[in-house]
Design a protein around this ligand. Structure first.
Ligand SMILES: Cc1cc2nc3c(=O)[nH]c(=O)nc-3n(C[C@H](O)[C@H](O)[C@H](O)COP(=O)(O)OP(=O)(O)OC[C@H]3O[C@@H](n4cnc5c(N)ncnc54)[C@H](O)[C@@H]3O)c2cc1C
Length: 321
């Protein structure tokens, strides 16, 4: 029976972090496969801002397409499926995509991103990235003087609402009656800054082509914001590698060192799934590049590493003599 192919590196996730790592690994001439489920933050409707070189922003799906083309030019392979299990078998990682497909590699770069918690009204996906956002750094600027409805239950949500005052005074915060955990001090801050807080659930949103027109609340009120911001948080997609013994921080993000290396040899991580917490395309691309450089370096035999101790090369010369 033919031996199964063992890639140098399998990259889990084909968003900006994974694709950036893929471009570098391809150019290092390492056999590389990107396994991607195709959902996640880089699969929405949004136009990404803040990324250098795109003065009018770049449609997130277009950026993904360009990243794939760029990595494919250097021999990187792609597999569109969802990884369901990862284990270690002597020297290799074994990556399962359901019962049908098993892949093997010497290394892993984990770039699986996060799952955003969006409000649960019907057809919510139509609005994400068009008139429903989550990130003030990405999309606060679009809100200048706009009518914005913020959805959140925590002190962090209240503080973000206060930060939005830089962009617009037309703000309302809606907290779920069952989950409102905003402390009295932050409630007072909201009041002092004239940001109304409504305790209610969003039951329905009406709109056209992804743009919100009206929001029905469980209290019976109907609001007419131009934009919605979900401040419910996110969950890192890190559970797959937790089973390998990869350390996570208290919020579930992957712990990495300054080289994007996890505590498990051969496992690197990049992008939103790590504890670096930047949650921007530029940062994901940076982390992907760093992870690939470290992964490539780890694949060199000891003699090709700068960090070989002085004994290493000397020993080799002695053996050769
Ligand atoms: C609405 C919205 C607007 C945004 N606007 C901006 C902006 O203007 N500027 C900016 O810089 N950033 C913006 N961001 C943030 C930016 O999209 C993220 O920081 C970036 O996508 C992170 O890249 P990543 O590669 O780490 O994760 P992702 O882009 O989320 O990619 C992770 C990939 O991993 C895959 N994956 C997950 N689990 C598995 C599995 N088990 N098997 C196989 N594949 C898996 C997913 O399918 C996905 O393709 C925005 C995000 C959202 C949601």
């Amino acid at each position: 029976m033919a031996k199964p192919k063992v890639y140098d590196t399998i990259i889990l996730g084909g968003g900006p972090a994974g694709l950036s790592a893929a471009v570098y690994m391809g150019r290092f001439l390492r056999s590389t496969l990107v396994v991607d489920a195709g959902h996640g933050r880089a699969a929405g409707h949004q136009v990404n801002e803040n990324y250098l070189g795109f003065p009018k922003g770049v449609q997130v799906r277009r950026l993904r397409e360009l990243g794939r083309q760029q990595a494919a030019r250097f021999g990187v392979e792609f597999c569109d499926c969802s990884v369901t299990r990862i284990s270690k078998e002597i020297d290799n990682f074994v990556i399962e995509c359901g019962p049908e497909l098993t892949l093997r590699s010497r290394q892993l770069i984990v770039a699986t991103g996060v799952s955003d918690i969006w409000p649960a009204f019907p057809f919510v996906e139509r609005y994400i990235g068009k008139s429903l956002f989550w990130c003030i750094t990405c999309d606060g600027y679009k809100m200048i003087d706009r009518e914005v409805l913020l959805l959140g239950n925590t002190d962090e949500a209240a503080i973000t609402a206060l930060q939005f005052l830089r962009f617009t005074p037309k703000l309302t915060l809606v907290a779920h009656p069952g989950y409102n955990a905003i402390c009295p001090e932050r409630l007072e801050d909201l009041k002092r800054n004239k940001i109304p807080l409504i305790e209610a659930e969003v039951t329905q949103v009406k709109g056209a082509r992804g743009m919100v027109k009206a929001v029905q609340l469980s209290s019976g009120a109907v609001l007419k914001p131009e934009f919605l911001f979900s401040l419910y948080g996110k969950i890192p997609n890190s559970q797959l590698v937790a089973g390998l013994g990869v350390m996570l921080n208290s919020a579930g993000y992957i712990d990495i060192d300054e080289n994007q290396q996890t505590n498990v040899p051969g496992v690197f991580a990049a992008g939103d799934v790590t504890g670096a917490h930047a949650h921007q395309i530029a940062c994901a691309v940076h982390e992907g590049a760093m992870a690939a450089s470290a992964a490539n370096y780890a694949l060199y035999p000891p003699l090709q590493r700068h960090d070989t101790d002085e004994e290493g090369p000397l020993k080799h010369e002695k053996q050769a003599a």
